[in-house]
Design a protein around this ligand. Structure first.
Ligand code: CTP
Length: 226
């Protein structure tokens, strides 16, 4: 009896000390003061993960692009706009985290030049934008991973397993949540998803269609901290 009370309080104590860093939502890459490049990410899975992780007793930091969602109570919340801002914030919190979960839809490209004035269509025929790469946040963190757990996401239109395994290896991840983009079925927002979990050792597990809340619980169950 005494021993199990000790084990329980040790688990609660350790969980409180464990810090989960979660990114969510889309980044926005400005073109001019009124326009930007972005993607369809809604932040639902990242915010759900943050909420479930908080319920489990972890310390949680949520770094998010702009979404329609409210941050879960008790979570440290950092709002960002661009991929570069997200990178800066991830670098700031990474040293103190035990696990990084990157659900964010980070834009891979940003305009080379951001116009200070609004681009006027009258002066142009077609508009040609020159874009440059943004930092690959997860790849950079993978290089300085240490003993941390790193979890990434991949949405692919084809060669799902091959591309996902390659991402897992390149970014030095422990787990990659891979999803196929299917015609007429959006994975964005509050929808059911069917994913494949790919582990570091190359083994994979197909998860039947489930809510994002269920998926968040499955992912958190994979984190072996204790
Ligand atoms: N990611 C990141 N920084 C980027 C792009 C992606 O940290 N600049 C993260 C995403 O949050 C995700 C994982 O890397 O967890 C895979 O993202 P994805 O867009 O599927 O892959 P990319 O590496 O961007 O490659 P590609 O778009 O060519 O498939």
């Amino acid at each position: 009896m005494k021993q199990s009370v000790y084990r329980l309080s040790r688990t609660i104590y350790l969980k409180r000390r464990l810090h989960l860093l979660i990114t969510a939502g889309p980044t926005r890459e400005p073109i001019d003061p009124v326009r930007f490049i972005s993607n369809y990410s809604t932040g639902v899975l990242g915010y759900t993960l943050a909420k479930e992780a908080k319920k489990k007793g972890y310390k949680v930091t949520l770094i998010s692009g702009i979404t329609d969602l409210n941050p879960p109570p008790g979570v440290k919340f950092v709002l960002v706009n661009t991929a570069s801002e997200m990178y800066k914030e991830v670098k700031k919190f990474f040293p103190s985290c035990n696990c990084l979960i990157m659900t964010a839809g980070v834009c891979d490209f940003q305009p080379v030049k951001v116009k200070r004035e609004k681009i006027k269509k009258e002066s142009l025929g077609n508009l040609v934008l020159r874009l440059k790469r943004t930092p690959d946040i997860l790849y950079e963190m993978g290089k300085r991973k240490g003993r941390r757990t790193l979890i990434g996401f991949a949405l692919e239109t084809d060669n799902l397993l091959k591309n996902a395994k390659e991402k897992l290896r390149k970014k030095n991840l422990d787990l990659l949540v891979a999803q196929r983009l299917e015609k007429n079925k959006t994975p964005f927002g509050n929808t059911e998803v069917s994913v494949i979990l790919i582990h570091k050792d190359g083994s994979f597990q197909k998860i039947p269609p489930c809510s994002k809340s269920r998926l968040a619980k499955i992912i958190l169950g994979k984190i072996k901290f204790l």
